[in-house]
Write a protein that binds this ligand. Structure first.
Ligand code: PAF
Length: 282
């Protein structure tokens, strides 16, 4: 595995590979790789000739007061995991190269960026869309892989790809969970043991929501039930949102339909956790 730090060199490599008709699968990450990331990387490896993974803790997607400084960084462990899977390239750029002094161009996917997480993390999705756009321009992959755990992010990236005419296939892979149902996330490392245990209520609430929707209970009532389940867990300090939403517009749903998104964002201690489930009725 080669580690590339300079965008111009990364671009030359992938350009040459594409000229030789090699397909490129790309997995953008912020590092602290867990089994969720590894499942995306394995899938990219299966479906492409060459796999590129990026590790970059993107400063523009963290709002003032968020965890940018303390976000876990461990290049050595991450590199070992990547070498074991056998990817070809790790792109590991420095912030000052991607955002030099005077940097002033941002990508804003309007409307859906302001809902759900966007309400609580101002500027977050503008930062995500900007860095993913930059990485796509540098690497120019055939396919890019994202986890369903960040459902809103996947929706925003798909919209950006469509609106800005990128010729890149976006592939969304299932959420990988601990055996107790907790969705894997780099931020789980902030949780104490008792907090981790409490966090399993999120998956329990999603499962209950799914069950109720499948038994044709009105989405607005399911939302109330999900919130009630979460409120019963004393370690949950804040419920930012929890309920049943339209999977395309992210608006809260009152009436029955056949495709639902159940989405939850809560704070346990200072740790913000998100999770979601798509429910389709036939
Ligand atoms: O999901 C993430 O880890 C990040 O938001 C991403 C897509 C790597 C952009 O920084």
């Amino acid at each position: 595995m080669e580690i590339i730090r300079i965008p111009r060199i990364m671009r030359e490599i992938t350009k040459n590979l594409k000229n030789r008709a090699k397909s490129i699968g790309f997995v953008p990450t912020m590092g602290a790789l867990h089994d969720g990331h590894l499942s995306l990387i394995k899938r990219a490896k299966e479906e492409n000739d060459i796999t590129v993974v990026s590790i970059f803790v993107n400063p523009t997607q963290f709002a003032e007061g968020e965890d940018f400084e303390k976000y876990p960084r461990d290049l050595e462990t991450d590199s070992e995991k990547l070498k074991k899977i056998g990817i070809e390239y790790l792109f590991y750029p420095e912030a000052k190269i991607l955002y030099p002094n005077g940097y002033s161009t941002f990508v804003n996917v309007e409307n859906i960026s302001n809902k759900l997480c966007g309400k609580f993390r101002p500027g977050h999705f503008r930062g995500v869309a900007t860095i993913v756009c930059k990485l796509f321009n540098i690497i120019n992959p055939n396919r890019a892989y994202f986890g369903q755990k960040d459902y809103q992010q996947t929706l925003i990236i798909r919209k950006m790809v469509e609106d800005l005419n990128f010729d890149i296939e976006i592939i969304v892979c299932p959420t990988i969970r601990e055996s107790n149902g907790l969705a894997m996330s780099s931020r789980n490392s902030y949780l104490e043991e008792n907090e981790k245990k409490a966090a399993t209520v999120i998956y329990k609430a999603l499962l209950e929501g799914e069950k109720l929707l499948k038994s044709k209970i009105k989405p607005s009532e399911v939302t109330l039930k999900i919130q009630e389940i979460l409120r019963k867990e004393p370690m949950i300090k804040e419920i930012q949102y929890a309920g049943v939403y339209d999977p395309l517009t992210l608006d809260e749903l009152d009436e029955k339909t056949n495709k639902y998104l159940i989405a939850i964002a809560v704070k346990i201690g200072d740790t913000r956790l998100i999770d979601n489930m798509l429910v389709e009725l036939n």
